[in-house]
Design a protein around this ligand. Structure first.
Ligand code: KIV
Length: 275
């Protein structure tokens, strides 16, 4: 490879770059599931998260429990093909890492090898700090996920904000410290009040990336389809930066009108045989 070719290649951000942002410039993260969307988001984002929210956002599942390794690998490969600069982190799906550290290592190593992503994300739980330590000691960069854990929706009964009682607050703070101590390079903090996000961010030596967790965090993540306005309902913590659902519906109706009135295709959109 020539020096010029090497220079023209953009180095992707990696776990140490994100870890070094603790208390510094806020980390910008969005979810991405497809190559074209990853290509559009790459410029703006430090981290593209191939979230298991893909199950709900693109596959119509009621929650993330049904998401499989194969789904995550396919979407992560697409996001890697579409992006050049952002760090790509892939969610380990429910059931792929909770069994034992060895199970987690086998699946996380497969995820890294088959996708080329720069890290994986695991949701917190009693056995998870041990697993994070097992993975990070073996060279797998891990992002933690504390507070509201979507994969625990069936155990919790609903998607519920966390830290509403003193016991729950203590548990979230303990999860944050254990996640950092185990070697994670950053962690998502989901669905907690501002005061708890502030306390966790001050206590943890690694960046916190908030979703529904206030501006007190070291960075922010949103589900891209939420912020683009692709759903008719968005949670309170989401800011809609576009209204693509209305734009798409309007475009589809305009197309349907044109087809039905034989206005589409017009001559400019038609191939004619040359005589
Ligand atoms: O799956 C996902 O999109 C996530 C974000 C909500 C952080 O985990």
């Amino acid at each position: 490879m020539s020096a010029q070719t090497r220079e023209s290649q953009t180095r992707r951000l990696a776990a140490p770059d994100i870890a070094a942002r603790k208390g510094g410039q806020p980390i910008v993260c969005l979810t991405a599931y497809t190559a074209p969307m990853a290509e559009i988001l790459d410029e703006a984002c430090d981290v593209l998260l191939v979230g298991d929210s893909v199950g709900m956002v693109l596959h119509g599942l009621p929650n993330t429990v049904g998401v499989t390794m194969e789904m995550m690998i396919l979407h992560a490969q697409a996001v890697m093909r579409g992006s050049r600069k952002a760090m790509v982190v892939v969610d380990m799906p429910f059931g792929s890492y909770e069994g034992s550290p060895e199970q987690a290592y086998a699946n996380a190593a497969r995820m890294m090898k088959e996708t080329g992503a720069q890290g994986v994300k695991v949701e917190s739980g009693p056995t998870v700090p041990e697993t994070i330590a097992f993975l990070t000691r073996r060279g797998i960069p891990v992002m933690g996920h504390i507070g509201l854990r979507p994969q625990a929706v069936l155990a919790d009964g609903a998607f519920k904000a966390k830290g509403r009682t003193p016991e729950e607050r203590e548990r979230v703070i303990a999860e944050a410290l254990q996640t950092a101590q185990a070697g994670a390079f950053s962690m998502v903090v989901e669905g907690v009040a501002e005061s708890l996000a502030r306390e966790v961010t001050a206590a943890a030596p690694i960046p916190t990336i908030g979703i529904g967790a206030s501006a007190a965090c070291d960075g922010q993540v949103l589900v891209v389809d939420d912020m683009l306005g692709l759903f008719d309902w968005t949670p309170r913590f989401v800011r809609r930066y576009a209204d693509l659902r209305s734009d798409i519906a309007r475009a589809a109706l305009a197309y349907a009108d044109d087809v039905r009135a034989r206005r589409f295709p017009a001559a400019a959109e038609t191939y004619f045989a040359k005589d």
